[in-house]
Design a protein around this ligand. Structure first.
Ligand code: GAF
Length: 388
């Protein structure tokens, strides 16, 4: 039985009614890392690995959730929306934001499962949050637009789950478009879809299969370091509001000697924004080779200047660099574990898979998993076609 049939059958067993089915995808980001909370640019896309939710309305204010893959249940009520420090918070957080936002919702049943590898940095939490928001919008006919749902998901993560993430993951999962990347300006939230024309090239994710505990504390530290840099520079340039407004010249003149660590963090962000703009121009010219080199530059910056990589991710990129069939590779997402994203020539896929599997084991003692992925539409009803 395929996953959707299985979800439908399990939902009927548990709740004695037919569900609405929603698909909410994970994301990749081609370039532009740790730029979203600095009001910069990102270049993500939704992928063909997703959380699937089976949902139905209730006649009361109760919330009945089943995490199919974890074999866990949660029962609560709209009257008591407090964090549980469990998986249920990704659902409860969204429900709480809808309530705070004055949306007229009632209780509902939700059973979910997924194909996003856990802990791989592919934004399964954003996918789940978007799926819940989308479900509420459908079940209670709220008429919310996608951007509003994205913002409610981000607030759920920031305020209920307690992770101070930027907007990229929710945006990509909700707004994704098949075969396109999203060039998102995280300051204005203006975005354009750019067709991803990479004939004969696959996007391959190599899972380091590590998640170092530093991830959330260091994420918040990096945010604080960027903010400190902006505060410092503001004394010289009162008009600046974020690293988006800063140039390398400003950094070199005022920050380099005064605050060397903050300088390195800020310089990475300023350069990463430029790499993204150069990368978009390269893609427009169908120049994947140049784009790939920018990806290597991004990894180097993340590893050496922003210091959010780890030996395992560095090793995966190092091995990818040794294979002539790889055009570019870099760590992806928050860092300290998860996946690297690689652009690999299709005719080299088999050979690359063999090389990286063997060499990663030899150099780290660990196994890697490879996932080829395709770019898909964002969060949607499974039975209806997406339209923009
Ligand atoms: C994580 C966060 F959730 C994103 O908002 C983004 O900052 C990313 O790390 C780094 O680019 O995925």
């Amino acid at each position: 039985m395929d996953l959707l049939n299985q979800l439908t059958a399990s939902f009927r067993d548990a709740f004695h009614s037919d569900p609405l089915l929603i698909c909410s995808p994970g994301r990749v980001n081609l370039i532009g890392e740790h730029t979203d909370y600095n009001e910069g640019f990102v270049l993500p896309a939704a992928i063909d690995k997703a959380i699937y939710l089976a949902v139905g309305p209730r006649n009361d204010d109760e919330l009945h959730f089943i995490a199919h893959d974890l074999n866990k249940t949660y029962r609560g009520s709209l009257a008591n929306l407090t964090p549980t420090k469990t998986w249920a918070d990704y659902l409860l957080g969204v429900v709480a934001q809808f309530v705070l936002n004055g949306q007229p919702i009632r209780g509902f049943n939700c059973l979910f499962s997924g194909t996003i590898p856990m802990g791989a940095g592919l934004s399964s939490s954003a996918a789940l949050e978007n799926g819940v928001g989308f479900a509420l919008n459908e079940l209670f006919d709220l008429g919310l637009d996608r951007l509003t749902m994205v913002k409610l998901s981000q607030r759920a993560e920031n305020e209920f789950v307690g992770a101070k993430v930027g907007i990229m993951d929710m945006f990509a999962s909700m707004m994704g478009k098949a075969d396109h990347v999203i060039k998102l300006d995280c300051r204005s939230l203006e975005y354009t879809y750019a067709p991803l024309r990479m004939d004969g090239i696959s996007i391959v994710l190599c899972d380091s299969r590590v998640k170092h505990s530093l991830v959330s504390s260091e994420y918040n530290t990096r945010r604080a370091e960027c903010e400190a840099g902006v505060r410092f520079l503001k004394t010289f340039y009162p008009e600046i509001n974020s690293l988006r407004d800063v140039t390398m010249d400003m950094l070199d003149t005022h920050l380099k000697n005064a605050e060397p660590l903050i300088y390195r963090r800020c310089a990475y962000v300023v350069q990463e924004n430029q790499r993204l703009l150069d990368g978009v121009a390269a893609l427009e010219e169908n120049n994947v080779a140049t784009f790939g080199q920018l990806m290597y530059g991004s990894h180097e910056g993340l590893s050496q200047w922003y210091e959010v990589s780890c030996p395992e991710l560095d090793t995966l990129v190092e091995i990818a660099r040794e294979h002539p069939g790889v055009l570019g590779a870099r760590m992806m997402g928050g860092g300290f574990g998860g996946c690297t994203i690689n652009l690999v020539r299709e005719d080299a896929l088999e050979d690359f898979t063999e090389l990286i599997t063997k060499q990663y084991k030899a150099r780290t003692g660990k196994d890697t998993y490879l996932h080829a992925c395709k770019i898909q539409n964002g969060t949607n009803l499974v039975s209806k076609a997406v339209s923009y």
